[in-house]
Write a new protein. Sequence first.
Length: 380
Amino acid sequence: MYLKRQKAAIKLPIERKGTKYIARSASHVNNSVPVVIAVRDMLKLAKTSREVKKMIDQKIIKLNGKPVKDLRESIQLFALLEAGKTYTLSLLPTGKFTFEEAKEKNTRVCKVINKTLVKNNNLQLNLHDGSNILSKDKIAIGDSLHLDLSGKIKKHIPLEKGKEAMVISGKYAGFKGKIHSLEGKKAGLIINEKETSGSLSKKSDLDGAQELSVLDNPMRKIGIDKVLLSCGAIEKDLEKARKLLELISGMKAQVIASTKRIPNFGVRPGLEVGTRVTLRGEKAIQLLKRCLESIGNIISESQVSTNHFSFGIREYIEIPGLEYQRDIGIRGLNVTVVFTRPGTRVKLKKIKTGKLPSKQHVSQKEIIKFMEESFQTKFD
């Protein structure tokens, strides 16, 4: 089978223009290199696929100690490829695959991605390259193993602080550094991004199979998207509510019309039932600080939900800097603070709208932590 060149994984170091089709890996298409591309295009040991086929027939090419049988056989990260010399597949800080001459010709690195209980209560370790081994040792998911060509464990490297590691997916794929913090399944690395790709590739034989998330990922940062002020009122009181919000925000208020019918309260579709103002940026932050002062900067945890929290102010004169206005009278309002993190645009754009994954939502705990650190807000 073949793959269109434009649809090939960006990790493959191939020209983006050329023949329409390229060889497709037999498995793990997005995370492996076909033998023919490795030998012909990356290592330059052959000029054509026919020459690579002859090398396979003569059993010159071996993968993890076993003769290669197919041009499309997949070479995965940290696998050993023998073709005259022995090479190991690694990642550059650019996120592209590269081959390095192996320091240990009979040992490869694997990451444990899962554990399965099989027949006779034996524990099977599932490795990142699709291989499986049985072991009675205490090995956790996320740990790395050094295996010989027969698949036996030569060395076990647990996922711990201070260990050398490589990021194998995400924005920092290909970078290496020391683990300085662990939070559940996530780990933070100390990475010197000013180093050259050559110096970053020197420790490829260490526990490089650790798939680690860098804690300063910009896509995980949260911030305040907007602050909404709202006030419910009908008929004569609606004008007073509108004046109140315009007095507080300095912006023109929007009138809200009902879309439902509630006979018990005399509400019908199209009836104007309130007014609101939306603030963003620095102006929203400054107003939020004043509103928090009016309630003593204390919020109940029950008022915090996913992506937002709300609180009420009984009388607007409690907000610092505001005085009683006779044409408005005594009136309260609601304040809603909406949080977001980068990536929400996928569900807002008009063309090719996408779904926002649950991990992009801001949880209650994240909001509480943000408010405690940024606004010194207390929660009860």
